[in-house]
Design a protein. Structure first.
Length: 123
């Protein structure tokens, strides 16, 4: 099998990006899907940080809880997608998967940036 060769047997290894494009696509798809897991926790965080009149000095807690896992997955997908784009031929399946992963990561980062800018008062 390529890539599973012990050192010193003069058989070429599995060079190149491998399955980084596909792995980054899986992580990128898990990023928005993980909001389903963090949504109940963020609702609970909102209930615990907002008072009865609707004001809160900790408005940043709810978006932090909601986007913590998705941004983690998107960051890992980004980390895998960039080397896959550099090392793969342009029209290969690995390159296409990495490009789609970058698009999904950009969407997740844009979604997380909205509440962050809102808390800063820019919106």
């Amino acid at each position: 099998m390529p890539g599973n060769n012990p050192p010193g047997n003069n058989v070429p290894g599995n060079e190149g990006p491998g399955n980084k494009g596909t792995n980054s696509l899986v992580l990128a798809i898990l990023a928005p899907a993980s909001m389903i897991l963090t949504a109940p926790a963020s609702v609970f965080a909102m209930l615990m940080t907002y008072s009865d009149d609707g004001s809160s000095s900790r408005r940043w807690v709810t978006p932090l809880v909601l986007f913590s896992l998705p941004v983690l997955f998107a960051s890992l997908a980004l980390r895998l997608a960039l080397p896959a784009l550099k090392g793969s031929p342009r029209k290969s399946g690995n390159w296409t998967a990495a490009a789609v992963a970058l698009c999904i990561c950009g969407l997740v980062f844009a979604l997380a940036l909205g509440p962050a800018l809102d808390n800063l008062g820019l919106f």
